[in-house]
Ligand binder design. Structure first.
Ligand code: GLU
Length: 474
């Protein structure tokens, strides 16, 4: 098990410092980039039952970097929340936003509760009180700090946050942009739910398209037929599995979850597994799979790609030596400790870092925020215009050539882009462009030995350039 006393923030700093010498920035500026700018630690009371006592809740919001505004990052509900963890997650958001090219600083929030122990009504009271605290301390707003879902939270909580904010800030025109990851019908955006998992797949597909890179890890190019193991069947892990199978022809041969881990060398049907878990409450016993000895054992299976999609510090000094995967795609934030990374790199494993591979969520959050600020839907204005223009073009071509076309072919060629098309196109473009940026940075300096360091250098240089051009004032 991961060491409980391990400092996650120290781990992020360690990785930052490994990259710092290759950025060309001064020590003072590097320190400014590295530190957390504002830390809000809260203890607030919530009356959970009408006739009961109050419960005092511990919570945080950390803004790591204000070099771009607003700051951005999810809110986590978990008993493991502490200041160190939220600081680490907030700083990862800064580098993530820089790597993927969205114009935000990094932030993160955490509420120390076991969400499973409360009723929806109680969770609503906790969420609204936490939001009210953020409003009071000026730690939330479409131009200040914009939360989103993270471990233990989802669209439901985001709707409560938006409603609380808009009630307290009545009349604020852009109020809906105070939080992202909202339900689609409550100022959310289509394609946000699967965005992180979809981004993981796009990132993997991009990484696996370079022949000279894949050769180094004993792999051929392409995702088709490659084997994958996933730890965590939450939002990120489940969509990574579903999309990797459906769009990449990947075989998911192992799944690890809280209740146990399972293996099937012929490939696990993730859609059916999710249904099975909904009914039985467990992945264990899923037909056709073997149950392994413990809940992390699947992570040690021989596979091409391991996707840790749960929590931080899951691959650590204790189990790193037993991990056999050729590629580790960090769908979770901070799943590999720096000590474990050393072991894995020595063995010749490619670690695709969190700040890149799980950036799909914040990328689509950015689209949602833009949508909220524009008070419109992407594609609404041009969809019909594009469609009729292509229809005219097709008519002309058919007339000139005397050929025919099936209705399905016409539909394929002439449909205008709707919001989902545009969201996916934007996400794909972001993942591909960022990968090229990281790869170019890595190739340009032979001192850089791993992809995480390359991603840090790429991010830190961008943030540094912002500070250098803006200056420091007052
Ligand atoms: N919590 C997610 C992350 O760690 C999403 C953040 C966001 O959308 O702002 O990247």
């Amino acid at each position: 098990m991961a060491d409980k006393h391990y400092s996650f923030f120290d781990g992020v700093v360690k990785n930052f410092e490994k990259a710092a010498p290759y950025t060309g920035l001064t020590p003072g500026l590097l320190q400014q980039i590295k530190e957390c700018n504002s830390i809000l630690a809260l203890k607030f009371p919530v009356r959970l039952n009408d006739d009961g006592d109050v419960e005092v809740i511990e919570a945080y919001r950390v803004q790591h970097s204000n070099h771009r505004m607003p700051t951005k990052g999810g809110i986590r509900y978990s008993m493991d929340v502490n200041q160190d963890e939220v600081m680490a997650l907030a700083s990862l958001m800064t580098y993530k936003c820089a790597v993927i090219g969205v114009p935000f600083g990094g932030a993160k929030g955490g509420v120390k509760i076991d969400a499973k122990k409360y009723t929806p009504a109680q969770l609503e009271r906790i969420t609204r009180r936490y939001t009210a605290e953020l409003v009071r301390k000026n730690f939330i707003g479409p131009g200040i700090d914009v939360p989103a879902p993270d471990y233990g939270t989802g669209p439901r909580e985001m709707a409560w946050i938006m409603d609380t904010y808009m009630t307290l800030k009545h009349g604020e025109l852009d109020g809906a942009g105070c939080v992202t990851g909202k339900p689609v019908e409550q100022n959310g955006i289509v394609g946000r739910a699967d965005a992180t998992g979809r981004g993981v797949f796009y990132g993997l597909r991009e990484a696996m398209s370079y022949e000279e890179d894949m050769k180094k890890y004993g792999l051929t190019t392409g995702t088709k037929g490659k084997t994958m193991v996933i730890q965590g069947m939450g939002n990120v892990g489940s969509y990574t599995g579903l999309i990797s199978i459906a769009e990449g022809g990947i075989k998911v041969i192992g799944v690890a979850e809280y209740e146990g881990s399972i293996h099937d060398p012929n490939g696990i049907d993730i859609a059916a597994l999710l249904e099975f878990r909904k009914i039985t409450g467990s992945i264990v016993g899923f037909p056709g799979t073997t149950t392994l000895e413990n809940r992390t054992a699947a992570m040690e299976l021989d596979c091409d790609i391991l996707v840790p999609a749960a929590l931080e510090n899951q691959i650590n000094i204790e189990n790193a030596g037993r991990i056999k995967a050729k590629i580790i795609a960090e769908a979770a934030n901070g799943p590999v400790t720096p000590e474990a990374e050393e072991i894995l790199l020595k063995r010749g494993c490619l670690i695709i870092p969190d700040m890149y591979i799980n950036a799909g969520g914040v990328t689509v959050s950015y689209f949602e925020w833009l949508k909220n600020l524009s008070h419109s839907t992407f594609g609404h204005l041009e969809k019909r215009f594009t469609s009729s223009r292509y229809n005219n073009l097709v008519d002309l071509i058919l007339q000139m050539t005397g050929k025919e076309m099936t209705p399905a072919q016409r539909e394929f060629l002439t449909s205008g882009a709707d919001e989902l098309d545009l969201v996916r196109s934007g996400l794909e473009e972001s993942m591909i462009t960022a990968y090229k940026g990281i790869r170019d940075t890595w190739q340009a300096d032979s001192n850089i030995k791993d992809m995480r360091t390359a991603a840090f250098v790429y991010a830190i240089k961008k943030i540094g350039a912002d500070y250098l051009s803006m200056g420091i004032w007052p």
